[in-house]
Design a protein around this ligand. Structure first.
Ligand SMILES: NC(=O)C1=CN([C@@H]2O[C@H](COP(=O)(O)OP(=O)(O)OC[C@H]3O[C@@H](n4cnc5c(N)ncnc54)[C@H](O)[C@@H]3O)[C@@H](O)[C@H]2O)C=CC1
Ligand SMILES: NCC(=O)COP(=O)(O)O
Length: 361
C-alpha cells in the first residue's frame, strides 16, 4: 500500500531562541519533501532573518494564504502576522514571546481543523510566552486543555529508550503530594495505548520507577512506594497493563535495565529527563501521548546562549519530524486494519495462500 505523505505544521517558538534556526535547518533536508509537506507558522521576514548564513545554497519556500492549497514540492510558510519584528537573538523579551503564542495558536487551530496532520513545536521560553491567553507551564498542559483531554503523557522517545513522567513542570517540593495511584494508572494506560497504536508494539512492557532513593529500601526512606506506587502497579496489572517495579532509578539506568522495557515511567521531570538526555541514542523527541492529534517537539529548549550564531544542532527537530510522520502513518494503518477486520483478514489469508502456492477453485 502507498504510504501517506502527511502535512506537518511547525510553530516557531521563541523568535529570540534557536527555534526557527533548527526548523529551517531541519526542513531544508533534501529528503524531507518526499515524506511530508512542511508548513511553518511564522512570518517570511523572520524566516529570512534566520536563514542567512545557516543554510548552504538556497532555501526556497512558498508563502501560502490558504492552508487548503499547499505546495507539496516546497516548504510552505503561513504568515501569522504582518508587522516587522525586532528579533534580538539570545534576549529574553516578552514582546517577542507573544509571537511564539500567535504562531502556536494558529498552528494548533490548523491541527484541530485537520488542515495539518501533525504539529512539531519549536521551543518556547516558558516565561516570555506567558500572557492572559497563554498561562501554562508548557505546550503539554496547553494542548491537553485545548484538545479537551482528561490526561496526556509527556513521552520522551529515542532509538533505545522511551521515558515518560508522571509529574511535569512543578516544584520538586510538590512532587510527593502530587502522586496518587489513579494518576499513575492513568499515565500507564495512555503509555500502553500509545505504544500499541503509535509504535505498533502489541504487548508493551512498562517499567515504573520508585520515588525515593533505592525505591525507599523497604520503607526505610519514605513510604510512597508502599502506599502509592505498588498499589498503582497492581491496579494496572488488573487492567492488563504489563507494568513492573517500582525500580530504584539510579541503578535502573546505570545498569541498562531500561533495555528490557518498551517504556519507563518516572515519577518526576528530572528523574526521567536527566537519564533520557544523557543516555538516549540518536536524538530525543518529546511526544505528547494520549491526544487525538499528533504533536512532537525537539527535546531541548530555546538555548538563548547560542541563538543567532548558526551553531544550533537541528537533529532533534529532524527526528521530531520523522516521529510525527511515523505516528501519523501508524495511526492511519491502525484505523485501516480495523475498519473492516473480516475483509482485511480474508485478504491476508488469501495472501498467505498465494505465498504457499495453494490454488483455490
Ligand atoms: N519544548 C519546549 O518548548 C522546551 C522549552 N524549554 C524552555 O527553554 C528555556 C531554556 O531552557 P534550558 O533549561 O536553558 O535548556 P536548553 O535546552 O535551552 O539549553 C541547555 C543547554 O543545551 C544547549 N542546547 C540546547 N539546544 C541545543 C541545540 N539544538 N544545539 C546545540 N546546543 C543546544 C544550550 O546551548 C544550553 O547550553 C526555558 O524557558 C525552558 O523552559 C526547555 C525544554 C523544552
Ligand atoms: N522538559 C520538557 C519541556 O520543557 C517541554 O515541555 P512542553 O512544552 O512539551 O510541555
Amino acid at each position: 500500500m502507498e504510504k501517506i505523505k502527511p502535512i506537518i505544521g511547525f510553530s516557531c517558538g521563541d523568535l529570540n531562541g534557536v527555534g526557527l534556526e533548527v526548523v529551517i535547518k531541519a526542513v531544508s533536508n533534501n529528503q524531507l519533501l518526499s515524506i511530508c509537506t512542511p508548513i511553518i507558522f511564522a512570518n517570511n521576514k523572520c524566516i529570512n532573518f534566520y536563514k542567512k548564513g545557516i543554510i548552504e545554497g538556497n532555501f526556497n519556500f512558498t508563502i501560502v494564504k490558504d492552508l487548503a492549497t499547499l505546495n507539496t514540492k516546497q516548504v510552505n510558510v503561513y504568515n501569522c502576522w504582518e508587522e516587522d519584528v525586532a528579533i534580538q537573538p539570545g534576549q529574553m523579551n516578552t514582546e517577542i514571546g507573544k509571537y511564539a503564542w500567535i504562531s502556536l495558536k494558529t498552528a494548533t487551530e490548523a491541527l484541530k481543523n485537520g488542515e495539518i496532520h501533525a504539529l512539531v513545536t519549536a521551543p518556547i521560553h516558558k516565561k516570555t510566552i506567558l500572557s492572559d491567553e497563554f498561562h501554562y507551564t508548557g505546550h503539554t498542559p496547553f494542548l491537553k486543555e485545548y484538545f479537551d483531554c482528561q490526561d496526556v503523557v509527556m513521552f520522551m522517545c529515542a532509538e533505545n529508550m522511551r521515558v515518560a513522567v508522571v509529574t511535569e513542570h512543578i516544584p520538586i517540593k510538590e512532587v510527593a503530594n502530587s502522586l496518587d495511584k489513579d494518576i499513575i494508572v492513568s499515565k500507564l494506560k495512555i503509555i500502553q495505548e500509545s505504544l500499541r497504536v503509535d509504535f505498533g508494539i502489541t504487548k508493551p512492557k512498562i517499567a515504573v520507577l520508585g520515588l525515593n532513593p533505592h525505591a525507599s529500601d523497604d520503607g526505610l526512606i519514605g513510604n510512597e512506594e508502599e502506599t502509592i506506587i505498588k498499589p498503582a502497579i497492581k491496579l494496572a496489572r488488573n487492567k492488563d497493563i504489563l507494568a513492573f517495579g517500582p525500580y530504584p532509578a539510579d541503578g535502573f539506568f546505570a545498569h541498562g535495565h531500561y533495555n528490557n522495557f518498551d517504556a519507563v515511567l518516572a515519577m518526576y521531570h528530572d528523574q526521567g529527563m536527566i537519564p533520557f538526555k544523557s543516555l538516549a541514542i540518536g536524538e530525543g523527541v518529546n511526544y505528547t501521548a494520549g491526544m487525538p492529534v499528533v504533536r512532537t517537539s525537539p527535546d531541548h529548549g530555546t538555548a538563548m546562549d547560542i541563538a543567532g550564531k548558526g551553531i544550533a544542532d537541528s537533529t532533534s527537530t529532524l527526528e521530531s519530524i520523522f516521529l510525527a510522520v511515523d505516528i501519523v502513518r501508524m495511526r492511519f494503518q491502525y484505523e485501516e486494519d480495523r475498519a473492516d477486520p473480516i475483509k482485511k483478514m480474508s485478504e491476508r489469508i488469501l495472501g498467505n495462500l498465494a505465498d504457499e502456492k495453494i490454488v483455490l477453485d
